[in-house]
Design a protein around this ligand. Structure first.
Ligand code: 6GP
Length: 834
């Protein structure tokens, strides 16, 4: 039954080949062996890609023994493990991270230099695996890094998309999407294991079978699937930072079953039969590019079920000893559900236990409830996934039946607890009735999970008070918070080598794995010499950025201006519009003569953002930013103090160059809409000051760094809720604020669209008519905050003091701390002893 191969029992005497000892000569030898024997080429003829692939494989050698040892230790000691289920992992480039984890950066540079090769050039040959949309996917990547660095037994499960997040281009300033062919040049970081393929079933129908006779007869359900696909695992190393632990990320790729009904086809139509086989392989073809606004496509549900079915099967068959008593599963694993995307794992585990393992329903439910925990990453109602029952029933008929039964028993509990409150029952039901019958995945997750968490204090509170309030009243102890974090390895140590050196020189290198130690920098904020060196680091990082953007995009970025950065997905709630309105207001002030050039602090505004391809308003906003940029940058006066840069295809690689150079971090969502944000943490850790609303993790950043070192503006969440309640009328702000009116009129009159009034009409009428995210309400407050920013920036000593304090006080935002919180509050797993 589905068991493909079996695990070789590992004992302490299992033979393992040791990794090579790190030395320059040894590295040269390993490298040439890879280039000649694996890549099959000689140095003189090797392309950059050949050289990159050989380097990646060489670095692998140095981590390989640790990987094998970690894997065997898990199998041998059978500790409680964390299985992170996530449809997205936004990994970023692997080479540098692996070099740093293995402490090989210097050896590799020296070794390759002796062969006349520049490692920096090879780094740029790596195409980053963009297997995620934004915050949620990048968070998963940070978490697995921290788990490995803390030596926690953990495995990441996900999908190996053949095409990751689309590549963004601009044509006349408008976004165009191109496929991300990240696998084209070879993928040296993955290990395919077709021998461990898993069969996943879909469709068909459910049969009721009677077992036993007469009064003893019991009816049981049996799923008779209609079609199958295979899941082939690809393993990726997840190296801990210099601790000998290398965990695994296992991504699944769909493959057609070998016997895809070839017989049913007329052999004369052999070609058609083969074509039909490949249909199944579409499942892992492409990442859906909607961030926070799922489209409810059937293929997406197929992806979700595909990867969780593979992952559960894999965990049970490959990671547990044969014959393991599944009643004890909660002792061995916590399946962490990264938002609702993997929630179909709940009925899948029930199906395995009841239909395949012969558990009684209640027993199975107890085990299931002990194994899952759920993280919610949103507050937007439209981001809460629902699947029409028709679709779900067609694709997974047995799972739908199981969901119905879970719901029946759950609603019974609600009725009992509420004295038959019918309205409450309808609100809480896992099945929505309107507009059509659909499964509410967040409800299913909440009912099944041991713990439900939000991703920042405010977010968790709003989940309890609003989004999931009925559930929080029923089960208050189920709800908890774990504030997000980011890995200091990638986002400080690797992305900002200059700052890392400065910090290490001051306080030693312990901060890389114990970020609270950054506190020791606090006194240095008052040391003029330290601040001077800190400013030197910033400006060197600006030079690096300018060089990068010149080469990559042909964009010219001045290096001696305030670098004001807003990078994140394009979404109305994040309010890129607010920032472009500020740019327009500055432009208007200068061209109208109301603002003298010498009164403006020179600044370069950088945007980076992808819009979901079907999100028309988001694409409009991208068009507007690019059109404003063209006018501003070409204006002889304005461009002396104001530039706008919008490099296309913002991704992890761009972030790594941009964030260390930033002075000002824009975190300006409408309060109550951004669950947490994680870019905000990366900026603070790299010494940018934040201009932001009281939203998501901004709240905690401000509390930690202090009011004096954070530019707060805008409505609070309760205020915004009150405004909405009272009936928000954006036009009032337009009528009453002349500066705002001029800015909007400029757009409306076609100032940025060659006189054409139609081009950006949808944006203007949306802002004046609905303005769901209260851009106009917060405009003046934002402008005032920007004035405070200018005043502060005019005093470089005070500014860099604040910047140093931002670094010193942001240690809390390490994803290592997030992992500790998950371990204490949710997972209760322990590090593996080495
Ligand atoms: C994002 C949230 O929007 C962001 O605020 C948060 O920092 C990030 O998750 C990590 O927790 N949510 C998503 O990307 C998403 O798709 C359903 O939510």
């Amino acid at each position: 039954r589905g068991r493909v191969g079996s695990v070789t029992r590992v004992t302490e005497s299992t033979p393992l080949i040791a990794s090579p000892e790190p030395s320059v000569e040894g590295f040269v030898r390993e490298y040439l062996r890879e280039l000649n024997f694996t890549q099959g080429t000689v140095l003189e003829r090797a392309s950059t890609n050949d050289k990159y692939l050989a380097l990646a494989r060489t670095v692998r050698h140095y981590l390989m023994a640790s990987w094998m040892r970690t894997t065997s230790e898990h199998l041998r000691t059978q500790p409680k493990a964390v299985a992170y289920l996530s449809a997205e992992y936004l990994l970023g480039r692997q080479l540098d991270n692996a070099l740093i984890a293995a402490d090989l950066t210097d050896i590799a540079s020296e070794a390759l230099a002796s062969l006349g090769i520049d490692v920096a050039e090879l780094r740029e040959a790596e195409v980053e695996p963009g297997l995620g949309n934004g915050g949620l996917g990048r968070l998963a990547a940070c978490f697995i890094d921290s788990l490995a660095t803390m030596a926690i037994p953990a495995i990441g499960y996900g999908i190996r998309y053949e095409y990751g997040i689309f590549r963004q281009k601009f044509e006349d300033g408008w976004q165009v999407e191109k496929p991300d062919r990240w696998l084209d040049n070879g993928s040296p970081w993955e290990f395919a294991h077709p021998e461990h393929e898993v069969t996943v079933s879909f469709g068909g129908h459910v049969e009721t079978v009677s077992e036993g006779e007469g009064a003893d007869a019991v009816e049981t359900s049996r799923w008779v699937p209609g079609w199958e696909v295979l899941g082939v695992p690809y393993n990726y190393m997840v190296p801990g930072y210099r601790n000998g632990c290398v965990n695994t990320l296992r991504l699944w790729s769909a493959r057609a079953t070998h016997a895809f009904n070839l017989e049913t086809f007329n052999y004369g139509d052999y070609a058609e039969a083969v074509r039909a086989q490949t249909f199944a392989e579409n499942i892992s073809k492409v990442l859906y590019p909607e961030d926070s606004t799922p489209q409810g496509k059937e293929l997406r549900l197929q992806q979700q079920y595909f990867f969780v079915a593979c992952s559960l099967r894999d965990f049970i068959d490959q990671l547990l000893p044969q014959g393991f008593d599944l009643h004890r599963l909660p002792e061995r694993v916590c399946f962490q559900l990264n938002d609702t995307h993997p929630v179909i794992a709940v009925p899948e585990l029930m199906r395995i236990l009841v239909d395949e393992e012969g558990f009684a329903w209640d027993e199975a439910w107890e085990v299931t409830q002990g194994c899952f925990a759920y993280t919610c990453h949103t507050l937007l109602p439209e981001a809460l996934e629902v699947w029409p029952v028709d679709l779900l029933g067609r694709l997974l008929p047995r799972h739908l039946e199981i969901i119905y039964r879970i719901n029946d028993e759950f609603l019974e509990e609600v009725r009992e607890a509420s004295g038959d409150d019918a309205v409450l029952v309808r609100r809480m039901s896992i099945i929505a009735e309107h507009p059509g019958r659909a499964v509410r995945m967040a409800h299913l997750a909440t009912v099944a999970a041991t713990k439900v968490n939000g991703v920042a204090e405010l977010h968790s509170q709003l989940l309890r008070d609003k989004v999931l309030a009925d559930f929080a009243r029923l089960w208050p102890e189920k709800f908890t918070n774990v504030t997000n974090g980011v890995t200091p390895r990638r986002f400080v140590r690797m992305a900002n080598p200059r700052l890392s050196e400065l910090i290490t020189e001051a306080i030693g290198d312990g901060w890389v794995t114990d970020l609270d130690r950054l506190r020791e920098l606090e006194p240095l904020a008052d040391d003029p010499e330290f601040r001077r060196r800190f400013r030197e680091v910033k400006s060197a990082n600006k030079e690096r950025l300018a060089d990068f953007l010149a080469r990559r995009d042909g964009i010219e970025v001045p290096v001696d201006t305030m670098l004001d950065v807003m990078v994140k997905r394009l979404h109305e709630y994040k309010r890129q519009t607010l920032q472009i309105l500020h740019v327009i207001t500055l432009y208007d002030g200068i061209v109208s003569g109301r603002l003298a050039l010498e009164d403006v602090v020179p600044r370069t505004v950088v945007f980076g953002a992808k819009a979901a391809p079907g999100y028309a308003m988001a694409k409009q906003i991208i068009g507007l930013i690019n059109h404003v940029a063209a006018v501003v940058n070409n204006h002889p006066e304005v461009s002396r103090v104001l530039r706008v840069a919008f490099p296309a295809n913002y991704n992890v690689t761009v972030a790594e160059t941009l964030i260390p150079a930033a002075d000002l971090s824009e975190q300006i969502s409408l309060a109550g809409k951004e669950a947490s944000g994680t870019g905000n943490m990366k900026f603070a850790l790299n010494g940018a000051l934040t201009i932001g609303t009281d939203d998501g993790a901004n709240v905690e950043i401000r509390q930690l760094v202090g009011d004096d070192h954070f530019f707060l503006f805008g409505l609070t969440e309760p205020e915004a809720a009150a405004v909405a309640e009272a009936g928000y009328r954006p036009a009032t702000y337009y009528e009453e604020n002349a500066t705002l009116r001029r800015a909007l009129d400029l757009i409306a009159r076609g100032e940025f669209s060659g006189g054409d009034r139609q081009t950006f009409e949808p944006i203007v009428s949306n802002l004046l008519g609905e303005d769901r995210f209260m851009v106009l309400a917060d405009y003046q407050s934002y402008l005032d905050a920007q004035q405070r920013v200018e005043a502060a920036y005019r005093d470089p000593d005070a500014w860099s003091r604040s910047a140093v304090l931002n670094v010193a006080r942001s240690g809390f935002f390490s994803s290592d701390r997030s992992m500790r919180d998950y371990l204490d509050r949710i997972w209760h797993a322990e590090p593996l002893e080495s």
